[in-house]
Design a protein around this ligand. Structure first.
Ligand code: GSH
Length: 218
């Protein structure tokens, strides 16, 4: 199997997704830490890997870096089909991709370091305003997902059916980073149930931010 390399940061929600998928597929990658708090993503060295200055980037030997966590998850799913991370049927795949995009495209980008940096410098936000902003968009994303999961027939033990899909990986990646910010959202029982089930699995446990190199120890 290819000797992958993964550019990541311990707290990164998007890098967490790739770690989970690699483990589920029985793969591993040598990790290179890009310290997002120190601004390493803006250095020339990393910009040659991802000009958009964001992790993750997965290096498949002999190929240009793969970026965008959803694209990386689909690449891994296509090259190592078992266990599948997308349903076999087109409607199921569309539902899973829709749940994943709701979190990856409509929720997560609002709370990344570059947005925090802009709002707390040019945008005039103090720490309280930034925290209120984070809570606002995590709440909007997860309460919307809760309504959907609670009413859709497609929901099973997991976000879609009874096996882990890309939708669960995205959900857990958002929950993991919310915890790092000490943000909890009430009244999302379906999500809480799915999160508790995912947490029993090694792939999610191993990807936990606080278990990664560079994470604070106390
Ligand atoms: N849509 C991208 C998001 C990538 C992204 O924004 N990653 C964050 C960490 S979770 C990052 O590196 N941010 C750097 C910054 O905001 O300066 C993906 O899914 O890979």
């Amino acid at each position: 199997m290819a000797a992958y390399e993964l550019y990541a940061f311990w707290r990164s929600s998007a890098a967490y997704r790739v770690r989970v998928a690699l483990t589920l597929k029985g793969l591993s990658a040598e990790e290179h830490a890009i310290d997002l708090d120190a601004g390493d993503q803006y250095g020339d060295a990393f910009r040659t890997i991802n000009p958009l200055a964001a992790v993750p980037a997965l290096i498949v030997p002999g190929h240009p870096p793969l970026t965008q966590s959803l694209a990386i998850l689909e690449y891994l799913d296509e090259t190592v089909p078992n266990p599948p991370l997308l349903p076999a049927d087109p409607l199921g795949r569309a539902r899973v991709r829709s749940i994943a995009a709701g979190l990856a495209a409509d929720t997560h980008p609002l709370v990344v370091p570059r947005v925090r940096r802009y709002l707390t410098t040019i945008g005039g936000f103090d720490q309280a305003a930034w925290r209120a902003w984070q809570i606002q968009w995590f709440t909007t994303g997860l309460q919307g997902l809760e309504r959907r999961l609670a009413t859709d027939a497609g929901t099973g033990l997991y976000c879609h059916g009874d096996t882990v899909t890309v939708a669960d990986i995205l959900l857990m990646s958002i929950v993991a980073v919310m915890r790092m910010f000490n943000i909890a959202i009430a009244d999302i029982p379906t999500i809480d149930r799915i999160v508790a089930l995912c947490e029993t699995q090694e792939a999610f446990a191993r990807a936990a931010p606080l278990k990664q190199t560079g994470a604070p120890t106390a």
